[in-house]
Ligand binder design. Structure first.
Ligand code: SF4
Length: 335
């Protein structure tokens, strides 16, 4: 039974693999992460780092050959993988919901916006009349500041920003405690993106749900979230407070450092943008030891030989041989 002190999301040693003709490919490995109520946590990493696979895994939406290979996923204290299909269907809208990158993959092109919103209420709120469901749908439009006259519109009649607002409204319809947002604004232009992000922040403050916000855009996540989890090659390499995260802030994982250096900046003293050299590894052939070693400027022999285990100090997690828990998280020289 969940209580106000039960975390909204607990990932306990979660691994997800893709089965292949030969060995399973590890897409997500041994991830531990907790989201408290009323919080926003960002999940950042390059394409192919496992972010979206993890999101689908949390929602139990893994498809094809992907499967939960180990660990436990608890939402509101309940194990998502121990529910029967009917319970899971109800649980998905009532307790956890997901906003995908492309609104068109979610919205049905042959149904009006209002019909799609009403369907959620009618399927999940027994005893609600059509009139009441319609009224609630209109209130959802108000919530995301879309004029009620668009209720009878079809998705193709709306702009990209409006469609994404509607997808957010549908996700929030039943007031879930967890909303996973997987690159929710990536397909939109910068101005619309900014306005939707502001709205997400306002809604979160009003309604107190928790958000796992997934993005490859480090600066955006650092601004929006109170905590940031950084993923590389299917593993969390750092989980840290976003306050104070900026280029030059000391004692971060070298990959976090690389992501920060790659952010375009406007001030003249900050013009040196440096991309991270090389590419993320092929998950079928992960480098030995630390998977980041081929790209890491600090790599030393031990990095190629031994995979660093994550160390947790005062709520901050880092997986790097240079991170020394004995010294309160200071970075040291290793050999
Ligand atoms: Fe770089 Fe070594 Fe740390 Fe990996 S363990 S991030 S290679 S210093």
């Amino acid at each position: 039974m969940s209580s106000l002190t039960t975390p909204v999301l607990e990932l306990k040693d979660v691994s997800i693999a893709y089965d292949t003709a030969s060995l399973p490919v590890p897409a997500v490995s041994h991830v531990n992460l907790t989201l408290e109520r009323d919080s926003i946590v960002g999940l950042v990493g390059e394409s192919g780092s496992g972010k979206s696979t993890l999101a689908n895994g949390i929602m139990r939406l893994l498809k094809g050959r992907a499967r939960l290979a180990g660990g436990q996923i608890l939402v509101d204290g309940r194990d998502v993988y121990q529910m029967d299909a009917k319970t899971l269907r109800q649980f998905r809208w009532n307790s956890m919901a997901m906003v995908f990158q492309s609104a068109m993959t979610v919205l049905n092109p042959v149904m009006t916006v209002e019909q799609q919103m009403m369907d959620v209420f009618l399927a999940h709120r027994r005893g609600l009349s059509r009139q009441e469901a319609r009224q609630r749908s209109l209130e959802l439009l108000d919530m995301v500041r879309i004029a009620r006259k668009y209720a009878r519109s079809y998705p193709h009649e709306l702009s990209g920003g409006m469609k994404q607002r509607i997808v957010i409204a549908i996700a929030l319809a039943l007031e879930p405690s967890l909303v996973i947002m997987d690159e929710p604004t990536t397909a939109l232009d910068v101005v619309v993106q900014r306005s939707i992000l502001t709205q997400i922040q306002e809604l979160q403050k009003e309604r107190h749900f928790a958000i796992l916000f997934i993005s490859h855009d480090f600066s955006l996540v650092a601004e929006l979230a109170s905590r940031v989890a950084i993923m590389y090659a299917g593993r969390l390499v750092e989980v840290t407070e976003s306050r104070g995260l900026h280029v030059g802030s000391p004692n971060h994982h070298p990959y976090t450092e690389g992501l920060m250096r790659a952010i375009p900046r406007l001030t003249p003293e900050d013009v040196d943008i440096e991309g991270i050299p090389g590419y993320p590894p092929n998950l079928r052939e992960l480098p030995s030891g630390c998977a980041y070693h081929p790209r890491c400027p600090y790599a030393e022999p031990v990095c190629r030989a031994i995979r660093p285990e994550p160390s947790l100090i005062e709520g901050r997690l880092v997986a790097c041989h240079r991170y020394d828990p004995e010294k309160g998280g200071e970075f040291i020289h290793v050999s």
